[in-house]
Design a binder for this molecule. Structure first.
Ligand SMILES: [Fe+2]
Ligand SMILES: [Fe+2]
Length: 141
């Protein structure tokens, strides 16, 4: 119990990469995770939780496609490792959606914390490196 996060994760400069489109996506992803945690904590029901979970998966897929499009367009050398990380999370999210729909998965605090940690680490790691690349070429807006 002591490890539970008691406040929502806040958007802030530590998560900004300096690319307006990517930053806006990341902010929405964070807000969606907060919404999911709220739905779980307030026990808003399986239908609502499933709807937020589906939105999270679809938004994630679309955000990853946006980043990958930029990587390919600008010849980013770190593309393949980054694609692998994206594919890995999409698979986990898809499994989670399927299991939740089948009544085989619960959205636990630990699972929500894992998703948040994944997002923050990815933004501050691989995404930040890609942000530097774009900025170094004057491609960030
Ligand atoms: Fe990203
Ligand atoms: Fe990424």
């Amino acid at each position: 119990m002591g490890m539970e996060r008691t406040v929502d994760m806040q958007w802030g400069p530590a998560l900004e990469l300096g690319h307006a489109g990517i930053d806006a996506d990341h902010r929405s992803l964070l807000e969606t995770l907060n919404r999911l945690r709220q739905a779980v904590r307030q026990d808003q029901g399986r239908e609502e939780i499933q709807a937020v979970l589906l939105f999270l998966r679809d938004y994630t897929v679309s955000h990853f496609a946006t980043e990958e499009g930029l990587m390919l367009q600008h010849g980013y050398p770190g593309t393949s490792a980054h694609l692998t990380a994206h594919a890995d999370l999409v698979m986990q999210l898809s499994d989670l959606v399927a299991d939740y729909r089948a009544g085989k998965a619960q959205l636990t605090e630990a699972l929500l914390t894992f998703l948040e940690a994944w997002l923050v680490e990815h933004i501050q790691g691989l995404d930040r490196e890609f942000g530097w690349y774009l900025r170094g070429r004057g491609l960030a807006s």
